[in-house]
Each structure stands twice: as C-alpha cells, then as structure tokens.
Design a protein. Structure first.
Length: 439
C-alpha cells in the first residue's frame, strides 16, 4: 500500500531525517569546531556526514546474505564517539581519527558473528560507567560554547549567555508542552530559534552560505590518508563495542514493534552493516556510525514500519550531502546557540549512562567499587593528562586516554568480581527493555 503513495513515503522519510538532523549536524560542528577547521573544511565535514549517514542507513535496511538487519532504522554518529574523536584529533591529527574509525569498523565486521559471546564482558555496570565518563567529559565543551567559545574576545558576554540559555530553555519548554514529532525535533527547533534570535542581534554571518556551491561530490580521504596509532585505535574499538551493545537494544525493540523475532544471524548482519558503515565513514572522512535510538520513537509514533520509508530517508540524506549550501547553513549557527543545544544533548549522554547504571544491583559492594574506580580513574586521567607521563611508552599508550583507562578498569574489575556466562538473549532483552521507553 505504501509503495502506491510515493508522496506519503517521502514525507514520512523526511520526518525521520528531521528527527535525527540536529544530532547529525551537531557532531561535525562540535568536532570541527574543537579541531579548528576552516569554514570550507567544516562545510565538507557536514556534507560528508549527511551523505554517509544516508549510505549507512541504506546498508542497514538492505537485508541480504552478508549484512543488513532489514528493520526501519536510521544510522548516525553516536555522541559517545565525539570526545574520543576530539582527543585523538588534538593529539595525533585528523588522519589518526580516520585510521582509528576504519580499524574499529573492520573490528566490528570481524567480531559481528561472535559479539553475542563478547557481550557478557559488557554488562550495564561496564557500559553505564563508560557512557557516564564520556558524557561528563563533554560538558566543559558545551559550557565553553555557551560563553562564546574558548579564546573568543567576547567570552562570557551577557548576550552569549542569553542566547545559549535561551536555546536550552526553548528545548526544555518544547519537551514540556509538546508531544510526538514536535518533541522529537525539539533540539532542531531550538537551533533554528536560537539562530533566528542571533541573526536579529547581528551575530550571524551568511557569507559561507552565499559562497557555497549548489552541488559537490564527497571525495575519499579529503583530509589526507589515514594514519594508525595504537591508543587511538583502542579508544575507538571500545566506543564501537559500547555502540554495539546499545544497537542490540534498538534492534530487539524494533523487532518487537515490527512483530519480528530476530535470530543471532539477523543481529550479526546488523552489526556487520554498522562495521561497514564505519569503514565507509573513515574512507569519506566523516564518522563511525551506529543505529539512532531516537528514530525508534518515530516508528512507534507514526505506526509505519515499512522499510521503504527508511529508504526514502536514506536517499534524502544522500541528496542533502550532495548540496553544499545545505551543509553551509549549519555552519552559520553561532557558538552560544550550539552550546545551549549541547548542554541538552550531552546531558542526555550522561543521563543515558546513569540509566544504564540504574539496572545495576547497587546492594553489591563490588558493583559500587567497579563504578567508583572506573569513573574516578577515567575522570582523573582526563583532568590530569600528565598523570602517566613517566610510564614506559607502551603503557602510556593504554593509560594516557581517560576513556580507555576508565573503560579498561571497568572491564577488568567486572571480570574479577562478576564474571559469569550471561545468555545472549538475556543481554539483548535487557537492552530492548531500555530502548522501548523511547517515544
């Protein structure tokens, strides 16, 4: 029935694009801003991200013998990957980000068939600690941006604070007084409203939009050939595993919504598609990709579970990625406006980590110790980056990154205190129960 109504299919696909658009453009804006990219480079990064989001979505929805789970899912870059990419870029350069992204994607492809067995090493006490650490490390980025951006001459100016907190207030009000689709795109509406207010204040420069061309093809290795560094690769592999745990929940929840019982083979093909998408992201110099849970709520809201809607969304994203003017529009968003949206988005990362930890048995002193030590060590290394400076280089590679240090601490302590064989179905069902709340 849906195939006979292409207009409806396209409009429903556009809804999915709008629901994930803010998250899709915020990631390149944050990473590009922190790595001091030029406006032209930032425009490319946004365009590459949109196009690759579209291709990654099509890979996942195309169910075949080798990859693709065939569920109505949309792929984008997870915010759990933002701080690791910034850290890698600042330490080793842009090329190291893409070396790590490509390697982590290959790693996911290789372990896709066995991830059910590996999942027992990543129960909520581990994944919750890791996501919480990542979320907390992102907060200073948001606060600096609300004030105008670190090093800006008007840092902390009252107009900057008014814009940033005004955007945050708008997002909160939209979530309080609206429901359904409007609530789902509250961050996008906050960015639009904040940019409009900033334009009235004379804080928006439209030069980038005027200078951008109408059509351009994303080219492989735009920022140079990838380079490979052990600590960067290890960081992105840990992020990839956490993303797989979250994706498992999305898959299981959507399987229940669509009335389809997923097999281990289905899940493996879903993981494999995410790995291929990340490899593609590294090649096109964009990002690692994972399933967006916010689009699950839209499937529940619209009651439309057909894959052709997601195919339309993927094609729309590819089309947007080929039109640099659309990417340039995102680059004109003032830094304080971005900061206001970041507080909400990054706060949700922390809340997601706390929610994962909410399924942990806190009556167990061992679990408390795992959380305490991993979060403390992860944050400690982040705040005092020279803490392990005197260690031998091989050890420093492992411990110089707070996310890696905290994650490895959680994994090792969990093995020491709690290791036991957990059935894959139990892990999947727990994650599905978490995602079912999204609407």
């Amino acid at each position: 029935m849906m195939k006979n109504k292409p207009g409806k299919v396209v409009s429903l696909g556009l809804q999915h694009v709008l629901a994930m658009y803010a998250g899709a453009v915020l990631v390149p804006l944050i990473v590009g801003g922190m790595l001091k990219l030029t406006p032209a480079q930032l425009g490319y990064l946004i365009a590459a991200d949109l196009l690759t989001c579209g291709i990654a979505t099509l890979l996942q929805v195309w169910k075949n013998r080798f990859f693709g789970i065939g569920l109505p899912v949309v792929l984008g870059c997870s915010f759990t990957a933002v701080f690791p990419m910034i850290t890698i870029g600042q330490q080793f350069g842009m090329s190291a980000i893409y070396g790590a992204v490509i390697t982590s994607g290959l790693f996911v492809v290789l372990i896709s068939g066995w991830f059910g067995k590996l999942a027992q090493f990543f129960p909520p006490v581990v994944t919750g600690s890791v996501v919480t650490i990542i979320g907390i490390t992102l907060v200073p980025v948001a606060m600096n941006n609300i004030a105008g951006g670190q090093g800006s001459p008007d840092f902390g100016n009252l107009s900057n604070l008014a814009l940033g907190f005004g955007v945050l207030a708008l997002i909160i009000l939209l979530n309080r007084f609206t429901t359904g689709f409007i609530q789902a795109i509250s961050v996008l509406l906050g960015l639009v409203g904040g940019t409009a207010a900033a334009a009235l204040m004379g804080k928006v420069n439209f030069t980038a939009v005027a200078d951008a061309s109408w059509f351009n093809m994303v080219t492989p290795f735009y920022f140079g050939m990838p380079t490979f560094h052990a600590s960067a690769i290890l960081t992105m592999m840990i992020v990839a595993i956490v993303s797989l745990v979250e994706s498992t929940g999305v898959f299981m929840a959507l399987g229940q919504i669509c009335g389809r019982e997923l097999t281990k083979e289905d899940l493996a093909k879903g993981y494999r598609a995410e790995g291929l998408a990340s490899i593609l992201g590294g090649v096109f110099n964009s990002f690692p990709y994972t399933t967006f849970s916010q689009n699950v709520g839209l499937v529940q809201l619209s009651k439309i579970r057909t894959r052709d809607v997601i195919v339309a969304a993927g094609l729309l994203l590819i089309g947007l990625g080929m039109v640099p003017k659309f990417a340039a529009i995102a680059t004109i968003i003032p830094t304080p406006v971005l900061g206001g949206a970041m507080v909400a988005m990054f706060g949700m990362v922390i809340a997601s980590g706390i929610k994962m930890l909410g399924r942990v048995d806190f009556s167990s002193n061992e679990n408390l110790l795992i959380i305490a030590c991993s979060v403390a060590l992860g944050m400690g290394v982040t705040v005092v980056p020279e803490f392990f400076a005197k260690l031998p280089s091989m050890l420093r590679i492992v411990f110089e990154n707070g996310i890696v240090a905290g994650s490895l601490t959680a994994i090792v302590l969990n093995i020491i205190f709690n290791f036991k064989r957990v059935p894959h179905s139990a892990v999947s069902q727990n994650e599905a129960d978490r995602i079912q709340k999204v609407s």
